[in-house]
Design a protein around this ligand. Structure first.
Ligand SMILES: *Cc1c(COP(=O)(O)O)cnc(C)c1O
Length: 576
């Protein structure tokens, strides 16, 4: 209660700051008790906000409230995923503000209210996060339901939510008294409609150039997060006409967002002065996908003090004081003695093993090489690549040392192949030959808390996406903060983070070559057999040295402090 009360004073303090950056995101993960995120995009938004608060960057965040969250996942004996609402009570976590605005959806006036959470940085700087909410008695059932589910419903539902976020968000900032916003940052295309609202605000019938696109571009920054066209929001103009109405003349809209469909990525590309992908390779892929646009890159990161486990945090406090506000100093981790690195790791591992052994009767063993894989269960992420040839995997573990496997990840309710992936792994784990030879568990309900236990507790972090579909990926960066090497396909951030045998190992061919499943499985098995298992079981000193390099080389760079500073210098303060 106390904390929420003080939110209101914080909000006032933030309102009067200069050079404000308004950061819009469809999902934000600021606290594990507020389940308004599904995965990487929301975690990144939360980490961005946490770093901005630590650094004193005058950010303001705008997002949507979802009272039933994304989904709570149960997996039954057969390996079938069942989804339940992830309900929470906004009153317990947020402060409701006495403001309302309206947006128009399908020609209805929809009233939007607003909730506040304030993220406090290490030196007391603040970032307010505003949650828009349409669940009010004066709204229709459909309009109220827009505040129930993240990524639920159909295109109509999604477009209506994006109206609330983009158009409603800009109006709410005005209503809250925010003036002189220096930049609007669209974190993925879901927020693109904000640029149309700005375009309307700058409309001047007296001028020759009635629609002042340059004024809008000057204020907008856009980050694209997917390298695949299917991952981009696109709506038919028929639906847009029905839901958006005559918000903006259609010939103008088509010239900005594409002739065939209302493409939210294209809209943002055309109305931003700075556009970026989320890793070096992703920038290159995006430039190929959208010729004619300047697309830069700023590689993602994670918030160092959020994702470093207790035992490594204690070590850093001892050897690298000040690391939380200056994670670049993690490069001095090279001085931490072997024994202390190993002890910190084993304590984090024990917590994971205890967690698994409480939930199952598998009796996971703390001395066995434990490989972790956790991400959205969807086909291109290929959680099952390590199970490509079970007999080969088992043979390797017999010859070179035991292995344990830990999986986690939710499938979107409509993603049938994703659900089958979960089923396939569970089914393999429950039957011979895997059952007798390699302990394998699929943990339910992957979320921020489980993500932390996993990236603090495994020995090796596995990632096997189909190239070039991984824009960045961030879970391996969390692992690096805990001294855990990655074993991954050369895609996303790993193209930059992999130094073979020093920070981990690559799987398969170079970054810009398309995936070949058979070759990649072969490469995975070979490295496990020849490099990884021998290093873990027979060259412990070398292994610990790698752990230190994960921290010194990768955690010191792949953090959101570095990333936010790049956004400030390259995007927010940049003007042509
Ligand atoms: C870190 C994290 C992600 C994103 O990690 P990827 O490597 O991009 O898959 C997704 N979900 C949760 C719960 C996380 O903690």
């Amino acid at each position: 209660m106390e904390a929420k009360h003080s939110f209101l004073y914080d909000h006032e303090e933030c309102r009067v700051r200069e050079n404000k950056i308004a950061y819009f995101s469809m999902e934000i993960c600021i606290d594990s008790k507020i389940p308004t995120y599904s995965g990487g995009l929301g975690i990144l938004a939360g980490d961005t906000i946490r770093s901005a608060a630590d650094l004193g960057v005058p950010l303001i965040a705008m997002t949507l409230l979802y009272k039933k969250g994304y989904l709570r996942q149960n997996i039954d004996e057969q390996g079938l995923q069942h989804e339940f609402p992830d309900e929470w009570n906004p009153q317990d976590e947020l402060a409701k503000l006495p403001v309302q605005i309206q947006v128009e959806i399908e020609k209805r006036k929809v009233t939007v209210q607003c909730w506040l959470y304030v993220v406090k940085g290490i030196d007391g700087s603040k970032v307010p996060v505003y949650f828009l909410d349409t669940d009010l008695p004066e709204n229709s059932d459909f309009d109220r339901s827009l505040s129930y589910y993240l990524y639920g419903g159909d295109d109509r539902y999604r477009l209506a939510q994006e109206i609330v976020l983009g158009i409603g968000g800009v109006r709410m900032l005005k209503e809250l008294g925010f003036q002189d916003i220096l930049r609007y940052h669209m974190n993925e295309g879901h927020a693109s409609l904000l640029a149309l609202e700005l375009l309307n605000n700058f409309y001047d019938p007296q001028k020759n150039d009635q629609w002042d696109i340059e004024q809008v571009k000057k204020r907008c920054v856009f980050t694209t997060h997917t390298p695949v066209p299917a991952g981009m929001d696109q709506f038919s103009y028929q639906l847009a006409g029905q839901v958006l109405g005559d918000f903006i003349p259609y010939n103008l809209l088509k010239s900005l967002a594409g002739n065939e469909k209302l493409n939210m990525t294209q809209l943002a590309l055309n109305l931003s002065h700075y556009v970026n992908g989320v890793a070096k390779e992703h920038g290159a892929v995006s430039r190929e996908m959208f010729p004619g646009y300047h697309i830069y890159y700023i590689t993602n990161g994670v918030h160092s003090s959020t994702w470093t486990g207790q035992y490594f945090a204690e070590l850093y406090d001892k050897y690298i004081p000040g690391w939380k506000s200056d994670p670049f100093s993690l490069r001095y981790a090279l001085n931490i003695p072997d024994r202390e690195v190993w002890n910190a790791h084993q304590k984090g591992k024990e917590e994971l093993i205890d967690h698994i052994n409480k939930l199952t009767s598998l009796e996971f063993d703390k001395e066995v090489l434990t490989i972790g894989f956790a991400r959205r269960a969807t086909a291109y992420k290929r959680a099952d690549l390590i199970l490509y040839d079970l007999n080969r995997l088992i043979d390797i573990s017999r010859k070179k040392g035991q292995i344990q496997l830990v999986f986690a990840g939710k499938a979107h309710p409509k993603d049938q192949p994703g659900k089958e992936l979960i089923q396939k792994i569970i089914s393999a784990s429950r039957h011979s030959p895997l059952k007798e030879n390699i302990k394998t568990v699929y943990l339910e309900n992957y979320n921020m808390d489980l993500g932390k236990i996993l990236t603090c507790g495994v020995d090796l972090w596995l990632n096997t996406p189909r190239k070039p579909q991984e824009a960045s990926g961030t879970s391996g960066m969390k692992a690096a903060h805990n001294g855990i090497p990655s074993f991954s396909i050369l895609d996303g951030w790993w193209v930059e983070g992999c130094i073979e045998g020093i920070t981990g190992w690559s799987i398969g061919s170079a970054a810009n070559v398309e995936s070949n499943e058979e070759e990649e499985a072969e490469s995975l098995y070979k490295k496990l057999e020849i490099d990884i298992l021998p290093a873990y079981y027979q060259k412990r000193k070398q292994w610990i040295n790698m752990m230190r390099h994960c921290i010194a080389i990768n955690a010191s760079f792949f953090n959101t402090h570095r990333m936010v500073l790049q956004y400030v210098s390259n995007a927010y303060l940049y003007s042509k």
